[in-house]
Design a protein. Structure first.
Length: 417
């Protein structure tokens, strides 16, 4: 008998351990994961009255995409990734910030040296979290290199906070200390990390974008080119004529070949305050996806150059209003301005807004950092004109295929190779 998704994820499932005899039962494993997923929502500061809905959406998304899970041993990590994506989607929809609130201490809180920290120091907005804007994989790499220079108690706190995502209310009891003491120690550990990143690990920190970027020089990033998979992208924050910041990413091999940057934000997303390339890329692509969805739904957009209304549509490579190098013969989202005196052409590859934030794509990218986009083709799906997009791992045979509506870019299906 088929299992319905409603039966799969009861909202008040018990937190009891999953019996060994049922460890392979996806319904049981998903239901038993609810308490852990609720902890993840708390680490994202999801309001309590919304956390249960976010977890429910994560469980339903996991149920719909169970066929994408390649390893039973990776089930929990895979499910946690889906839940984190749902948290980010919720926060983005609410136009909330992902920054954690300033830490506050009770008057009795003490740091590891027995001193009472100054609450004003902990609430200082300039005392930024040195790892707040990085992805989990980047954090793991940096901490692995930095932790050896830190005291044992600092290493333990940073691992619990960054790698395991435990909120202070859960991490403190596991260490046998109060929440106030834990927050004091975490603040001290962040301060020590900043010292390490500006000293012994300065070169590594610069590569991850943790140090202020030289706006006049291209810097190597930690992001692999998704055209060739062989080179890391070079990045720069440039200033547009109107004063807005622009992110530009180019591949040392591919960009000279076809004469264009891999990513150019063109002021679509506000980047003030960002100095790391990966979060700037994420913010840019979020804005791109939102703009694409609205433009294709209404058929209209605003010219990036003159501000007049323009038609937005998906075009095949041979319809692109300019010559294209053979290496970038892809489907494009285009808005060619026809206003007198303006030659603006707002265009970007269709694959980026279509799949970048799809849960299956994000899982594939996390598992295969050197993924590339394969050539696209036109197809049909249940009578609808469609585009077939593919992600391929540069270092293995792993691949993931997406079928998208040719006019709206709505994902119709995902297929494993």
């Amino acid at each position: 008998m088929p299992i319905s998704s409603a039966a799969l994820v009861p909202r008040h499932a018990s937190a009891a351990p999953v019996p060994a005899a049922h460890i392979g039962d996806p319904e049981v494993r998903l239901a038993a994961a609810r308490p852990r997923l609720l902890r993840i929502t708390r680490s994202f500061r999801i309001p309590p009255d919304a956390a249960d809905d976010v977890v429910q959406e994560a469980l339903l998304a996991a149920w719909r995409h169970l066929d994408h899970l390649r390893s039973r041993e990776r089930f929990d990590a895979w499910l946690d990734t889906i839940c984190r994506n749902q948290c980010r989607m919720f926060l983005r929809a609410q136009r909330s910030s992902l920054r954690r609130e300033p830490y506050r201490l009770d008057s009795a809180a003490t740091d590891p040296d027995g001193d009472t920290p100054d609450p004003l120091e902990l609430a200082d907005p300039s005392a930024t979290d040195p790892l707040a804007s990085l992805a989990a994989q980047d954090i793991a790499i940096l901490l692995d290199r930095a932790l050896s220079s830190l005291p044992a108690h600092m290493r333990r706190i940073l691992e619990l906070h960054y790698l395991h995502g435990l909120p202070a209310t859960e991490a403190a009891p596991s260490l046998g200390i109060s929440v106030g003491v834990l927050e004091a120690r975490l603040h001290r550990a962040r301060k020590r990390l900043r010292e390490v990143f500006t000293g012994p690990l300065r070169d590594e920190a610069a590569a991850f974008g943790l140090l202020p970027a030289d706006t006049n020089a291209w810097q190597e990033t930690r992001i692999w080119c998704h055209h060739c998979g062989q080179r890391r992208l070079l990045g720069i924050f440039a200033t547009l004529p109107d004063g807005r910041r622009e992110l530009r990413l180019r591949c040392p091999a591919c960009s000279p070949l076809h004469g264009r940057d891999i990513i150019r934000s063109k002021g679509i997303a506000p980047l003030d305050g960002l100095r790391a390339f990966r979060p700037a890329l994420t913010r840019t692509l979020h804005a791109l996806a939102d703009r694409t969805a609205h433009g294709l739904a209404t058929g209209w957009d605003t010219c990036l150059h003159c501000g007049h209304p323009v038609r937005r549509r998906v075009v095949m490579p041979d319809e692109f209003p300019a010559s294209l190098h053979p290496a970038i013969q892809r489907h494009w989202v285009v808005a060619a301005c026809e206003h007198p005196g303006c030659i603006g052409l707002g265009a970007w590859p269709a694959i980026e807004p279509a799949i970048w934030f799809h849960p299956a794509a994000q899982h594939f990218m996390a598992q295969h950092p050197r993924w590339i986009t394969a050539p696209e083709d036109e197809t049909a799906w249940h009578g609808l004109a469609a585009i077939r997009f593919r992600l391929v791992d540069f270092a293995s045979a792993a691949r993931l295929t997406f079928i998208a509506d040719a006019h709206t870019l709505r994902i119709l299906a995902t297929l494993d190779a």
